[in-house]
Ligand binder design. Structure first.
Ligand code: IMP
Ligand code: MG
Length: 179
């Protein structure tokens, strides 16, 4: 049988239908406060599916944003600890721009804080953030997202772009990894 050796149990948390409805609402909310020259910066890798759906929903809301990507990782390669580093930088000119950062999960807060700080330092006029999931954990760095898809329990989740060792990103739903 085709497939991989991975065998974690994944318990569904948010279905594809629930995510799709929420993405529509997020796009509506973002569009309500957005200027005409919006720049979306998706933080790779985990946000790629969320960002792809969100920008199409933004188009439906009448926005024509510019899209760029920023690949961030952390020193140490663990899920906790370590400073954030830029693995692939944005190419867009940031001076004077209204930016919305799109990320998958707000966990310790390090990644989002780093990204906001970097884009602000480069001269962006405004830097807002939109995260798919806001994990129910104590932040290590004080940062809040402007737009939040869903609350997330303090467990490891996968699917809809999010991974465990680069697996499970293809799942159309978000699920909790058991064990
Ligand atoms: P933070 O810097 O601790 O807020 O980390 C956020 C990043 O860690 C996210 O963008 C994810 O890439 C990753 N991450 C945190 N929790 C999870 C999880 O439960 N599943 C998959 N990735 C996660
Ligand atoms: Mg990430």
């Amino acid at each position: 049988m085709a497939g991989s050796a991975v065998a974690e149990a994944i318990t569904p948390l948010y279905s594809a239908e629930t995510i799709a409805r929420r993405v529509e609402t997020l796009a509506h909310d973002i569009a309500a406060g957005a200027g005409p020259d919006l720049l979306i910066v998706a933080v790779l890798k985990g946000s790629f599916i969320f960002a792809a759906d969100l920008i199409r929903a933004l188009h439906q809301q009448g926005l024509r944003p510019e899209i760029d990507f920023m690949f961030l990782g952390s020193y140490g390669m663990g899920t906790t600890g370590g400073a954030v580093k830029v693995l692939r930088d944005v190419e867009a000119e940031l001076a004077g721009r209204d930016v919305v950062i799109v990320d998958d999960i707000l966990d310790s807060g390090r990644t989002l804080h780093f990204a906001k700080d970097l884009l602000t330092t480069r001269g962006a006029r405004s830097v807002k953030s939109c995260v798919l999931l806001d994990k129910d954990v104590a932040r290590e760095v004080a940062v809040a997202a402007d737009f939040i898809g869903f609350k997330c329990p303090p467990q490891f989740v996968v699917g809809y772009g999010m991974d465990l060792g680069n697996r499970y990103r293809e799942l159309p739903f978000i699920g909790v990894v058991e064990g």
